[in-house]
Design a protein around this ligand. Sequence first.
Ligand SMILES: [Zn+2]
Length: 284
Amino acid sequence: MIIFNDERCTEYGRTGHPERPQRIARTVPLLKERHPQWEWRRPNAASEEALGRAHTPEHIDAIRSSTTDFDADSPAYANIFDHAARAAGAAIDAARAAVNGERAFSLMRPPGHHATRDRAMGFCYFSNVAVAALDALANGAKRVAIWDFDAHHGNGTEDVVAHHPQIAFASVHQFPGYPGSGTRSFANVTNYPIAPYSPRADHVATVEHSLRKLLAFKPDLLLVSAGFDAYSGDPITQMALELDDFANFGKWLRELDTPTAAILEGGYSDELPELIDAFLTSWS
Ligand SMILES: [Zn+2]
C-alpha cells in the first residue's frame, strides 16, 4: 500500500468546522504505527493544465485569489489554492500509482467531490477524483470508473464527468441530505439515494451493487471516492454503516483485478482513523 500525504494539509482550519486538521493528523500516526511496511510518498501539486481539464479558468482564479468565503462550509482559507492543488495532485499521483500496479490511497484534505466545474462548495475546492480521472484518460487510460460511497452525493464529480463517454460514475448517498441532488441517473451517471436511517444491510447491498455495475463498464482504472461519513457515529449524517462495512468495501477491492486508487473524501467522526485503517487493511 502506498499512502500519498503531505503534512501541510493539516496547516489550515477554522474552529468548530467539522472538516478539521485532526482528521488527517490523527490518522497518520495510527497507520504508521500499525503498518510500518506501507510506503509514504509526498504528492505533487496538480498543474494548471490538470486542474483545467475539470474546472473553468475563472474557478481556478477564484480559488487562487478570493478573500471572500465561497459558502458557509467552504472558507477562503489562506493558501487554499496550494492546499487544494496538492489534494488534487495526490489524487492524480494515487491514480498513476494504481496504473503502475500499486494499491494507493490519497490521505489529504480538502476533499473534492462537491466542487463543480465552476464552484467551490461543501468543504471542496477542486474536484480531486474527477481531475485524476481526466488525467488518466489524457495519459492513455481508455475507461475510468468512479465509485463514490461517501454519505453525500458527489455532485461535483457528477458535474465534471457527466456525459463523458470514457467515464462511469456511481454515487451512493443519503437523500434527503446535503447537497440535495443525486436522485436521478442518466447517461454515464448512476445515483443511489438512500433514506436516512435505512437498514445497514440494505445500504451495504446497494454499495456492493453499485460497484458490480461499475465493473460491467470494464474500466481499466477504478477510482474510489472514499468517504467515511456514512458511519453510524458520524456527527453530520444519519446513516448506519459500521467499521466492518468499510472493511468489507476494502475486501471487495482486494478481490478485483482492476487497478484501483482511493481518495479520501469525508468522514467527521472521532473514529475516522479506525475506519480508514479498517478499509485499507482489508484492501492491502
Ligand atoms: Zn460526505
